[in-house]
Design a protein around this ligand. Structure first.
Ligand code: ADP
Ligand code: ADP
Length: 231
């Protein structure tokens, strides 16, 4: 279970606009840190930098003490699992959709089944060979928003990543489904280091500390009780 550290990270997509303005924080090994803040604050950008879709202008990002600029793409991908808000499912079997998350794309049936189980996809386990179909599911399997999100979670889990990045993982769901999925994510974070991005305090997966990002800067840091007074 590695730690994640941002060290004075400065970044923008265009030269004339800085998005992250010298950002420093640490997610200690095995801890769960949440990141909240208004839309546009730069929260998702942090995730994109972690995956090295972009590199910082200055500053460093460390995983387990190692600058990610010096880590191979393969080990970076193995270390990080992301659960995004809207995952794209392929018109293919549920099993394929889950196994696709494996670094080699060739998860074994046992790995796929274990991931489905961990994502609490119990009702779908017998239907792993069934096809999901975006074409309003005439021939294919219809999945609810929550089921689709569980498939996405299973896809992430199939590689058993030590670090979980949850980027608004439940914000596209209705409240009841959101609570169910939050409980699952909570259980899955248990043995991992996690960074959970949310725009509301109430949808944070249990966290050891919460960082508030505003306009590319950390403006507050505290636990749930301290921050609820300011929500
Ligand atoms: P948040 O996740 O907090 O809502 P983001 O990290 O997505 O914020 O975006 C931060 C800022 O960066 C926003 O103003 C957004 O418009 C801008 N931005 C995001 N992605 C790009 C991009 N690919 N090119 C240019 N600007 C972008
Ligand atoms: P792969 O090796 O299959 O491309 P990755 O582990 O790199 O998978 O990422 C898993 C999935 O999450 C991919 O579909 C990727 O596009 C998506 N992804 C990765 N990082 C982000 C991010 N910051 N925001 C949204 N989606 C992301």
């Amino acid at each position: 279970r590695p730690s994640v550290v941002f060290e004075d990270v400065v970044f923008g997509y265009d030269r004339d606009r800085t998005i992250l303005k010298g950002l420093s924080f640490e997610v200690p090994a095995g801890h769960h840190v949440a990141l909240v803040g208004p839309s546009g604050a730069g929260k998702s950008t942090i995730g994109r930098l972690l995956f090295r879709f972009y590199d910082p202008w200055s500053g460093r990002i460390l995983i387990d003490g190692q600058d990610i600029a010096e880590v191979s793409q393969t080990s970076l991908r193995a270390a990080l699992g992301i659960v995004p808000q809207d995952s794209v499912l392929f018109n293919d079997t549920i099993g394929y959709n889950i196994g696709y998350g494996h670094p080699t794309g060739e998860a074994t049936p046992a790995q796929i089944e274990a991931a489905a189980q961990a994502a609490a996809l119990s009702g779908l386990i017998e239907r792993l060979p069934a096809r999901f179909d975006t074409e309003v599911g005439e021939r294919g399997l219809k999945l609810s928003g929550g089921e689709k999100q569980r498939v996405a979670i299973a896809r992430t889990l199939v590689k058993n990543p030590p670090i979980l990045l949850l980027d608004e993982a439940t914000s596209a769901l209705d409240t009841r489904t959101e609570q169910d999925i939050l409980a699952t994510l909570h259980a899955l974070s248990e043995n991992r280091t996690s960074l959970s991005i949310a725009h509301r305090l109430s949808t944070i997966v249990d966290s050891d500390s919460i960082l508030v990002l505003q306009d590319g800067r950390l403006v507050e840091q505290g636990n749930h009780a301290q921050l609820l007074r300011m929500d």
